[in-house]
Ligand binder design. Structure first.
Ligand code: ZN
Length: 160
């Protein structure tokens, strides 16, 4: 069986940046399972896996546009320190959920002073080319329940 829309796919993967540093990887003996064609993975990786089968190894370098987007300087802004009432310590690297016109967004603190906090709404991997080394472990048909939920169930998949 080959990878196509509505298949549940299990993969081992290693994700590296341009410098070869490992950013993320599946745990040993614990592949990631996802439902193909339902935006579970970044679009560039789904495109690279389309048509592959169990046992295939796929190496793909994915540009930001097909991964987590270009880095957008407009998503960096200074907000008043008072917006963080009740939080005693704010330090660079801390993440908060912010309500925006586009919905809930995770922002990362870049800088904090007594009066202002600089927050960055870009995804941590925005602007980066991602280098994946993937081994396809299994491909199967999705259940009706998985299709209605839009994600894979079971080991490596979504748990309720
Ligand atoms: Zn579900």
């Amino acid at each position: 069986m080959t990878i196509a829309s509505d298949k549940v796919v299990s993969i081992d993967y290693v994700l590296r940046n341009d410098d070869g540093d490992i950013l993320d990887q599946s745990a040993p003996e614990s592949p990631l399972s996802y439902l193909h064609g339902h935006n579970n993975l970044i679009s560039g990786l789904e495109a690279a896996l389309l048509g592959k089968a169990a046992g295939d190894r796929v190496e793909a370098s994915i540009a930001p546009a097909d991964a987590y987007g270009e880095y957008d300087a407009n998503l960096v802004e200074q907000v008043p320190r008072q917006m963080f009432q009740g939080i005693d310590t704010i330090e660079p690297g801390m993440q908060f959920q912010a309500q925006t016109p586009q919905g809930v967004q995770v922002v990362t603190v870049r800088e904090a002073t007594a009066d202002t906090v600089t927050v960055d709404g870009n995804h941590a991997l925005a602007g980066q080319t991602l280098h994946f080394d993937v081994t396809v472990k299994d491909v199967r048909d999705a259940s009706a329940e998985e299709l209605s939920h839009g994600h894979a169930h079971g080991p490596g998949g979504h748990h309720h």
